[in-house]
Design a binder for this molecule. Structure first.
Ligand code: FE2
Length: 373
């Protein structure tokens, strides 16, 4: 059963968040990853850090598109924790960095409530100003950094320099992070829900159990955690028992532990964005075209024409407040781990529950082709 949990009475938010500051990926080859996200997803060159800027053990490329900033970091030698991370997990999300007014207070508030510290508050600066950062551990080897930018005017962060390139493919209309989903182990969803409630002051705004999210073969459970102002949303998935292996279990096997399953990127024009992404080679999960036969009976009137949605494979779902359009990429690395969602919200604040069955059947066809179902 799905529960819509009413908003708790307004309380003082001990961890006020202004949204996602950036997402940092640890990858085997940051130069090539940055090229892929520029070419395929339309990100723009933003900043670079490496030996040339005084950072000796790694190279990092920051790229941006509207409010989105992605950073790709690779180690320059072995015997390095970044190299160990990649050996274990493959390419994946390491840092979900959150923008705050006071990074020292964010660290104090969360560690007082039981968070394990990753980085004690530290202020760094250059000619363009100062940034204070701190960090705590969350599920798996994933980290939440708290970023306080004060009046920093540099390209990205101290230690980086502006990255100017001749090759600058056009943007694709991606705007900001809508939500980031974590996959956690068996019976670990509720402990992590408690972590986000107690340590970070989030609340559980939606729950899906295995009755909502199951196909003939496999199942998962999910709870959506939101911060006070709703700018940061972290759904948490755990596998559930089914006849065959859950997609969350496949992720846990190949990521070798808990981690970020997908990052949802918002657009104001999903047809245009997905057209552009597909023409640049981004691969999406496809549902059978029969999905569209009775779509309008299920979701009612929508502003978009049905034909391009069907051609591109874009899914639609409605809740009490409006509707949303969404589509999911295939995993963006060889391990069946991290993927992206493209989402356009037209009033709806939910996550596409009506599409779960069609979608998970599509995921299972892929799982089966890998011999993992
Ligand atoms: Fe999602």
């Amino acid at each position: 059963m799905t529960k819509n949990i009413p908003a708790a009475a307004a309380q003082t938010d001990f961890l006020p968040l202004q949204g996602t500051d950036y997402v940092e990926f640890y990858v085997g080859n940051a130069k090539q990853a940055a090229h892929f996200y520029k070419s395929a997803f339309g990100f723009q060159s933003l900043a670079y850090a490496g030996p040339e800027t005084g950072v000796k053990d790694r190279a990092s490329y920051a790229v941006c598109q509207n409010k989105l900033v992605f950073v790709f970091t690779t180690p320059l030698r072995s015997q390095n924790p970044i190299a160990d991370h990649i050996y274990k997990h493959g390419d994946g999300v390491k840092m979900l960095a959150l923008r705050v007014d006071d990074a020292a207070d964010a660290w104090q508030q969360t560690t007082n409530r039981g968070a394990k510290s990753y980085l004690e508050p530290v202020t760094t600066g250059d000619a363009d100003g100062e940034v204070t950062m701190s960090g705590i551990h969350t599920y798996g080897d994933t980290i939440h950094l708290f970023i306080e930018r004060k009046n920093y005017h540099g390209a990205f962060l101290p230690g980086y320099r502006a990255w100017k390139t001749e090759y600058n493919p056009a943007e694709t209309g991606l705007l900001y992070v809508d939500h980031c989903v974590g996959n956690v182990g068996w019976n670990q969803m509720n402990p992590w829900v408690n972590f986000y409630e107690e340590v970070m002051g989030f609340r559980n705004i939606l729950s899906f159990d295995d009755k909502d999210i199951s196909t003939e073969y496999s199942a998962l459970m999910s709870k959506v955690m939101s911060n006070g102002n709703g700018f940061v949303k972290f759904p948490i998935n755990e596998p559930a028992e089914g006849k065959k292996k859950s997609q969350v279990e496949e992720y846990l096997d190949y990521y070798d532990g808990e981690g970020c399953q997908h990052v949802a990127l918002a657009t104001h024009d999903i047809v245009k964005t997905v057209n552009e992404l597909q023409s640049r080679g981004v691969e999406f999960l496809k549902v059978p075209t029969t999905y569209y036969d009775d779509l309008l009976d299920r979701v009612g009137h929508i502003d978009e024409d049905l034909a391009p949605l069907k051609e591109l494979g874009i899914l639609v779902d409605r809740d009490e407040e409006g509707y949303l359009l969404q589509i999911f990429t295939k995993p963006v690395e060889d391990r069946p781990t991290l993927f992206f969602e493209i989402i356009q919200r037209k009033g709806a604040k939910s996550f596409g529950k009506g599409n779960f069955k069609a979608l998970f059947e599509a995921i299972e066809r892929e799982q089966e082709s890998r011999g993992n179902l």
